[in-house]
Design a protein around this ligand. Structure first.
Ligand SMILES: [Zn+2]
Length: 237
């Protein structure tokens, strides 16, 4: 069996969709890009019963190879992989707070700096289209333009990343933001951060990721860690 580890990773993340409350039952799905196509959770099989051979391999032309049918929502996974070369893993969930906002066809605006975690100043909500359709793929791709996560109107959320663990983390962040935004809406009119403030956060996230990687490399090659000059605290005046 090919891609055994990737299949095990998909099952682990699918189980976490249930245990974290992000998706109940089999309503969510998880996929990972592999050579020649992608692996995806099958349709209608309880995650706790899934074994690595049950995970379905699909070609990029949409042909499934496996003893179960792929998730009925395989199409937007395929289309994201086709159109976003940097997408390596996708998590889709009918997470309660994200779905509630999506049922109002509301996006998550720049009310909190962490919104930038999805890659832009807002997390958009794609217009409604029935599950499994070309129209839903197109709507999702439009909402994901410049972003790694979006809401789907009257449906749920999508998050993609370099690996399944990171895609799940991003999906969880989106769900927490959706919950916080709803708390704010209950208390009044949200105050939004300015475009300049969000651009600053986006820059800081980018720099932080860059430096974090550099720090890891430094640890591997130099036991005595030297501080990056840009990481030093400003002098008190
Ligand atoms: Zn769905």
């Amino acid at each position: 069996m090919q891609d055994f580890e990737a299949r095990r990773e998909i099952i682990k993340i699918a189980l976490q969709l249930n245990s974290t409350g992000l998706s109940a039952g089999t309503s969510g799905n998880v996929s990972v890009r592999v050579k020649g196509g992608f692996l995806i959770t099958p349709s209608g099989v309880k995650y706790e019963k899934l074994l690595p051979p049950d995970v379905v391999f699909m070609d990029m032309d949409g042909t499934a190879h496996g003893h179960f049918a792929p998730s009925s929502e395989w199409r937007f996974h395929r289309d994201i992989y086709k159109n976003r070369s940097h997408a390596k893993a996708i998590v889709h969930a009918h997470a309660p707070y994200s779905t509630a906002l999506a049922c109002l066809e509301k996006e998550i605006p720049q009310f909190h700096y962490m919104v930038a975690i999805a890659g832009a100043k807002s997390i958009r909500c794609a217009p409604y289209a029935p599950f499994g359709t070309v129209e839903l793929s197109e709507a999702a791709l439009g909402a994901l333009d410049g972003r790694r996560a979006c809401l789907l109107a009257h449906h749920g959320l999508i998050a993609y990343a370099d690996n399944p663990e990171k895609a799940l983390t991003l999906a969880t962040e989106v769900e927490v933001l959706a919950q916080q935004y709803q708390l704010v809406l209950q208390m009044g009119e949200p105050k939004l951060l300015s475009d300049a403030e969000m651009e600053d956060v986006l820059h800081r996230f980018w720099t932080y990721g860059d430096n974090a990687q550099k720090a890891d490399e430094t640890k591997r090659t130099k036991p005595k860690l030297t501080h990056h000059p840009r990481a030093t605290l400003p002098k008190r005046r």
